[in-house]
Design a protein around this ligand. Structure first.
Ligand code: ADP
Length: 624
């Protein structure tokens, strides 16, 4: 999507840029207002100075009236003081909002991520888009960021251009005196047009050269992707992420091989970007600077010659030269900024490719409860599933039914499709083929969040949050303290719980509270189980959250949960058959297919079946 190298049209540039502005405006209108007002005032400020200074010099070169001189000096000083104060106040206002830019941009992307289909978050293409967006922002402020700084530059340059034109108009109108002989050519309209043409040409050339230099960032953005990512991982993630600290210490030498990093490093002298900076990119930058100086030279010569010819006094030299240079600078800034916006367009394509990802899951609107009175029957009807971008099926032709109050054990070897079955059941993904029905109706027709409310799942790689224990159990800031307390005890967390200094108010981990407690893997599992109990959903699913325990301990946890969940439906998943032998209903998965179903006694009596083979192979663990 973002790899297309289609040229950027003016229309596309404007459309994407305005869409980006609308996002900023929606998130923080004060940011836009502060940039606008501060830009207008700070752009006009120098011209007031230039105009007054010119009048002061004229007076010094002319009448030298002490009273007039005093008035100009006082006006210059007081205007300077007032405008400086005003600019400082406005800058502060603007800077406060600019300081939140990163945070605001993050908010936009995080909101999108939180509302995105799980299938998309899991998808490599989306991860690629996210990663590119961060990289583009980090490397050159490209994307949404660029829009704010461009807006600032556009406001200041436009205001500055208007003021400078007002101050310079008379330069071209006031004639040199007829007595100044050779200099009268300066009055000729063609000469004036020529001078304006030269100045305009030079003004245009400088920013275009600069934009050309900037385009090398776009050119090498793709090539620097891996290097940027490696450095982000090396400098950020690897050192900062506590969960990796142990493995980093053991495997550091291999992971951080300097040669490997060097190979992809975009920031070393031998990288393509660095070579371009020394070569054409740097050349364009240098040329742009040189061309600007030519402009200053032409302006000085023209203004001085007109003053020599008596067109205006010495004070006006200051006014015209100051205003022309400012005009040229502002025009350059405007053109350069428009060029940057053009260069920014491919980066905005990436941003919107991400923000425009449709939400496919939230199409249905049917209420879950409307067909029955809390009686649920779920049916998989010939369901097959491939993960996005994968060739092979993870599930193949699965058909099964189960209903409220049932206990279902899903067993099978690693990779047999057990977790995939659960992810489809909870609608984290939709089937590639076939359908899943709730009380006879395709689950896609139900309101997504209502359907999700039917399930409490503890996944193998569940995560707790660095909040208070009670909030972790409730999954919310608002905690029913008695209920959370009971769930933790039911989940077997009692002993540690009674020792915690602040009970349910104890922070887990130390990210937000230095008095937070560290918990073991086993304790975390119990908290996760308590969280599942607290949600009080009609279906409870345990997808091997106990994998770190030995088979006997896992059996005990599962049996205990089985007793606690009373009338609810439950699905227990394990690759260890012993853990689920208390279930009357066992589904055996193998290579993505449901190959057997029945009670333990029935399944184990089929000596040619997979269940018997697995049971015999694992028997050593539970002979006791
Ligand atoms: P189990 O839970 O029985 O261990 P899974 O359902 O996790 O098995 O995996 C079934 C198959 O799907 C495996 O071949 C696995 O490699 C593949 N798979 C699982 N998750 C993904 C994913 N996010 N993307 C691609 N393939 C996956």
């Amino acid at each position: 999507m973002t790899k297309r190298k289609t040229p950027v049209s003016f229309k596309e540039m404007m459309q994407l840029t305005l869409r980006g502005f609308r996002i900023w405006w929606k998130e923080n209108p004060e940011l836009i207002l502060s940039v606008l007002i501060c830009g207008v005032v700070s752009a006009l400020t120098p011209y007031a100075d230039i105009w007054l200074l010119a009048r002061l010099i004229d007076e010094i070169a002319g009448e030298r009236d002490p009273q007039v001189l005093t008035t100009f000096i006082l006006a210059l000083m007081s205007l300077g003081a007032v405008l400086s104060l005003l600019c400082a106040g406005l800058s502060r206002w603007k800077n406060v909002h600019l300081a939140c830019l990163w945070h605001t941009q993050n908010k936009v992307f995080i909101k999108k991520l939180l509302s995105m289909d799980f299938a998309d978050i899991d998808d490599g293409h989306v991860q690629e888009l996210r990663s590119r967006i961060w990289q583009n922002t980090d490397s050159g402020g490209w994307g949404l960021y660029k829009l704010i700084y461009s807006f600032d530059a556009i406001v200041r340059s436009i205001m500055s251009i208007i003021s400078a034109i007002l101050l310079t108009a008379s330069l071209f109108i006031l004639p040199v005196k007829a007595s100044s002989k050779g200099l009268t050519i300066l009055n000729h309209p063609i000469f004036i047009l020529l001078i304006i043409g030269v100045m305009f040409g030079v003004t245009l050339a400088a920013p275009l050269l600069s934009v050309k230099a900037g385009s090398y960032w776009v050119k090498y953005a793709d090539e620097n992707k891996l290097g940027n990512r490696l450095f982000g991982f090396w400098l950020g993630n690897l050192g900062n992420d506590r969960s990796k600290a142990l493995d980093v210490r053991i495997y550091r030498q291999d992971i951080l091989s300097r040669n490997y990093l060097k190979k992809y490093n975009p920031f070393i002298p031998s990288s393509k970007l660095a070579k371009a900076a020394r070569g054409p990119m740097g050349g364009y930058h240098a040329l742009s600077g040189a061309v600007s100086q030519i402009f200053v030279g032409v302006a000085y010569i023209f203004v001085t010659l007109k003053a020599l010819g008596g067109a205006f006094g010495v004070g006006s030299i200051v006014q015209y030269v100051g205003a022309i240079i400012a005009l040229s600078g502002s025009l350059s800034m405007l053109i350069e900024t428009l060029g940057e916006l053009r260069n920014n367009t491919p980066f905005l394509r990436t941003v919107f490719a991400f923000l425009d990802m449709p939400n496919k899951m939230e199409q249905g609107d049917m209420a879950v409860g409307q067909n029955s009175d809390k009686e649920y029957e779920i049916e998989f009807r010939n369901v097959s599933f491939k993960y996005p971008g994968q060739k092979n099926y993870a599930l193949r032709n699965v058909s099964m039914t189960f209903h409220t109050g049932q206990r279902l054990a899903v067993v099978g070897m690693n990779g047999s499709g057990k977790t995939t079955f659960i992810k489809l059941l909870c609608r984290l993904y939709d089937p590639t083929e076939g359908e899943i029905l709730l009380n006879g109706i395709d689950i896609r027709k139900y309101a997504y969040h209502e359907y999700m409310h039917l399930f409490s799942v503890v996944f193998q790689d569940f995560k707790l949050f660095s909040f208070e224990l009670g909030q972790n159990v409730a999954g919310s800031r608002n905690v029913d303290l008695d209920k959370a307390d009971q769930c933790l005890r039911d989940a077997g967390f009692e002993i540690r719980f009674d020792k915690l200094p602040h009970g349910l108010f104890t922070a887990i981990y130390k990210d937000f509270d230095e008095k937070g407690v560290t918990i073991s893997g086993g304790e975390a599992q119990k908290i996760a189980l308590a969280r599942a109990l607290y949600k009080d959903a009609p279906f409870i699913i345990l997808d091997e959250p106990t994998a770190a325990l030995d088979p006997i301990a896992e059996f005990e946890v599962y049996s205990r949960m089985n007793q606690m969940i009373e009338q609810k439906s439950a699905v227990f998943i394990s690759h260890r058959l012993s853990s689920c032998r208390f279930c009357d209903d066992i589904a055996v998965f193998h290579q993505g297919r449901l190959i057997q179903r029945g009670s333990h006694d029935v399944l184990v009596s089929d000596k040619s079946g997979m269940y018997y083979r697995l049971w015999s192979a694992q028997a050593q663990y539970y002979e006791k």
